[in-house]
Design a protein around this ligand. Structure first.
Ligand code: 5GP
Length: 182
């Protein structure tokens, strides 16, 4: 199964996804490539940080399941390698933007689309400022959050509001287990 998790920046998506994947050994998190620079305090293995030339070379050899341009930077999910035999982690989790979600849904219509949002845009603003994004970037991200939510709705994504982290992770697991039973 493929699980796509989207949502605006600063809603706590990354933390929730990390906890989710740690909680269920069947889930395998895809590591994206990006041309943006690492943020202060961001771990070096969060993304494969790469140049635009290298990214474009990988597009040319069909090396991405999906890719998109977000705020002037390229982001993409590499085509996954088949899991090792006997590996339980058979469900792939992609934490990607709504443009990428649309591409994955077009290729794999049975994909589970989840959209994590903040309880309010003000909460989101505080989280963005708190993680060290510069003020102009914060305003840009807030401006596109509503558009992303609307795009998620068009795709039929299931919305999960991240208020309390434990509840959010439990809710994500519930939705994934429900999709597995279908
Ligand atoms: P950030 O710069 O905050 O890490 O990510 C910006 C946006 O790009 C977020 O919405 C994030 O989910 C999305 N993103 C991260 N990796 C990928 C990817 O591989 N593909 C796509 N389409 N979006 C991604």
């Amino acid at each position: 199964m493929i699980v796509v998790i989207s949502g605006p920046g600063g809603v706590g998506k990354g933390t929730a996804v990390a906890r989710l994947v740690a909680a269920d050994p069947r889930l395998r998190l895809s590591r994206s490539w990006t041309t943006r620079s690492p943020r202060p305090q961001e771990s070096a293995d969060h993304y494969v940080f790469t140049s635009r030339a290298e990214f474009e070379a990988r597009i040319a050899v069909a090396g991405f399941l999906e890719w998109a341009e977000f705020q002037g930077e390229l982001y993409g999910s590499p085509v996954p390698e088949a899991p090792d035999q006997g590996d339980d982690a058979s469900d792939l989790v992609l934490e990607i933007d709504v443009q990428g979600a649309a591409q994955v849904q077009a290729r794999f219509p049975e994909v589970l689309l989840l959209f994590i949002d903040a309880p309010s845009r003000e909460t989101q603003r505080q989280r963005l400022v708190g993680r060290g994004d510069d003020p102009a970037a914060v305003e840009r991200r807030l401006a596109i959050a509503d558009r992303e939510a609307a795009a998620g709705q068009v795709l039929g994504a299931q919305v999960v509001i991240n208020d309390e982290l434990d509840d959010t992770v439990a809710e994500l697991l519930r939705r994934i287990n429900a999709a597995r039973r279908r």
